[in-house]
Design a binder for this molecule. Structure first.
Ligand code: ACM
Length: 600
């Protein structure tokens, strides 16, 4: 019976609605002003747009046709219209993602640069009802908005498990809807090489295939599933995804891991290693000792790979991994001690730095920028490299202090493979504990940084490692609703962020996820027992999602929709050690995990 009063009142008083909040826009815009009246959507409306805005106009038109059966003609019309008005990015004082959205009874006008207009469209879409209908009104408003950070990232590990082109597009669509703009695509690792490289076909012929996969966490004794696993993205599929993403203002940062996490590549081309003879693609999780040999031949091999990668991905950044590089094989090799002597290197992090810095010079030569995990700082990194801070915030802080750009993705706040509750009913997750509120309250600018140094923090990103996530339903469960919280961390002004206000606005997004068939994590109920007298309690059940139905049992059985339905707080009797178990079920039948409280 400890600690169960803490939340007693918390859910009973959801945020007092203010005008801006009642529009449920996430991430919260910089400013919203409501005017009287509304704009009426109907099949008669038109979209008018400036010459270079065809992609955004078509995007909006397809969205309206798909979800609202409204298919506006894209042509000028003086009566009812949506106008996309392009400003040049050089226009004074307009930032790249900034927009104005003005809704009057006669028109909707979105003004911005190309990306800004796209974000204005996303805000407009969030003002629309979450049901398919042809006629509806949206309120007259003026919104001015721009992001706090330029790197608003989501990562997906497609090495440990591979996900279809169709799913990647859905992932990008949902990112765009919340104004996330950077998709970090983890394409290579010990357990699978997933990008076609024409010059080295064995990378996919051999490197994309593992003979089986470890079952759950059965490391010792090892148990494999005896089922071969393979697959990769061919270059045509990659081009298709890059184009799809660019139309949604999502830049893709491909990650080609080096010199660690490379066992799949080495399985395909054993000459890439400098110790041992031959290796299989790894079938269990963890960090492999099998790493690339830092010789000129291997570096040349990777430069050749990067030539093809750079031709596929037009964005400025290439991610080179650089994390978790065991040095055991380097130490045992003949090449690395010789190289160290030749170059005057005394530590293995310096050997890694030699590898990474050589690759960086090549990328710069080709007009690209390099980003890597924070280990690349350890042996000395060039001032041009950008750092992804994952082992905590220290790497990002050190980078910013040195004048290196950094993206904050510390495990404790940004690892969406971490568990969302400590409940034993939570589906398999890697460990850790990262609930929605903790993501929401993450602040990417560490207090150690002064304002100049803070300018080197590009933004933040969530990482979705997929050792324990083999299906798209599992990915969606881990990403939603946490990505929605992250979107506000990276887009909204700090002064516009407040947890309970967000909880009020996210209600609409839960409905949207039901509508879009996203397997989001339904917030579990909170059971509150307030003691009245010996073994008698007032029972309250609530959750972060307001209109779920709650069901409970007091006989130890798993609650279902056939169990007692909770409607308002009631008095119940529980004997010593008797359990009360509860579940939340949404209107489409999606279930939360089961929670329980014991009278002890
Ligand atoms: C990482 O999570 N190893 C970057």
């Amino acid at each position: 019976m400890r600690n169960i009063f803490v939340f007693w009142f918390a859910f009973l008083f959801l945020p007092i609605e203010n005008k801006a909040q009642s529009f449920s826009i996430i991430p919260q815009p910089v400013s919203i002003e409501q005017q009287d009246g509304s704009f009426s959507f109907s099949p008669q409306i038109k979209i008018v747009f400036d010459k270079d805005e065809a992609v955004n106009a078509n995007y909006l038109n397809s969205y309206l046709a798909k979800y609202y059966l409204v298919r506006p003609l894209i042509q000028p019309n003086i009566k009812k219209y949506i106008a996309l008005r392009l400003l040049s990015s050089k226009q004074k004082s307009f930032s790249p993602d900034e927009y104005f959205l003005t809704i009057t009874p006669d028109s909707i006008v979105i003004t911005g640069t190309d990306a800004g207009i796209f974000y204005g469209i996303q805000t407009l879409l969030q003002l629309m009802p979450i049901e398919s209908k042809m006629q509806f009104d949206i309120p007259c408003l003026t919104i001015h908005d721009y992001p706090r950070f330029s790197w608003r990232g989501m990562h997906l590990d497609c090495s440990r498990h591979l996900f279809s082109v169709e799913f990647i597009k859905k992932y990008i669509d949902m990112m765009a809807y919340y104004k996330m703009n950077t998709f970090h695509w983890h394409l290579t690792d010990d357990q699978g090489w997933r990008i076609e490289i024409k010059q080295y076909p064995k990378l996919t012929e051999i490197g994309s295939r593992r003979k089986e996969t470890i079952v759950a966490k059965n490391f010792d004794p090892y148990i494999g599933d005896k089922t071969p696993y393979d697959g990769f993205y061919n270059q045509e599929q990659i081009k298709e995804i890059v184009k799809y993403a660019s139309q949604r203002h999502v830049n893709i940062v491909p990650e080609i891991e080096m010199p660690g996490h490379s066992q799949a590549a080495i399985a395909a081309y054993p000459e890439l290693a400098c110790y041992g003879m031959s290796y299989d693609v790894l079938t269990k999780w963890g960090v492999s000792d099998v790493v690339l040999c830092p010789t000129p031949e291997v570096i040349q091999f990777y430069e050749n790979i990067l030539d093809e990668v750079m031709a596929l991905f037009p964005g400025e950044y290439i991610h080179v991994g650089g994390d978790e590089v065991p040095d055991e094989h380097w130490e045992k090799s003949t090449q690395v001690p010789a190289l160290m002597k030749q170059l005057g290197l005394t530590t293995y992090p310096q050997v890694e730095a030699y590898f990474i810095n050589t690759i960086e010079k090549y990328l710069i030569l080709k007009g690209k920028k390099m980003i890597g995990w924070d280990e690349i700082l350890d042996g000395g990194v060039s001032s041009n490299a950008s750092i992804m801070s994952w082992r905590g915030t220290e790497g990002g802080i050190a980078a910013a202090k040195h004048g290196n750009y950094a993206v904050m993705t510390p495990g404790d706040y940004c690892y969406f493979d971490h568990c969302q509750s400590k409940n034993s009913m939570e589906p398999l997750c890697i460990g850790g504990f990262l609930p929605l509120e903790k993501v929401y309250n993450y602040e990417p600018i560490a207090s150690e940084l002064n304002p100049d140094q803070a300018n080197y923090i590009l933004g933040a990103q969530a990482n979705v490692w997929t050792e324990y996530l083999s299906t798209t339903d599992q990915i969606e469960y881990m990403v939603f609703p946490r990505m929605i919280a992250l979107s506000e961390v990276v887009w909204s002004q700090k002064s516009n962020k407040e947890w309970w206000n967000f909880v009020g606005r996210i209600q609409n997004q839960f409905e949207l996820m039901e509508f879009r068939k996203i397997n989001y994590r339904v917030p579990e109920p909170e059971i509150q027992l307030r003691p009245l007298e010996e073994n008698k309690f007032t029972l309250g059940i609530s959750s972060l999602k307001q209109n779920s139905d709650f069901y409970y049992t007091i006989d130890g059985s798993v609650p279902t929709s056939a169990s007692t339905k909770y409607s308002e707080s009631i008095v119940i009797a529980l004997t010593a050690n008797q359990k009360i178990r509860a579940i939340a079920i949404t209107k489409t039948g999606k279930k939360s995990i089961v929670v329980e409280t014991v009278n002890n």
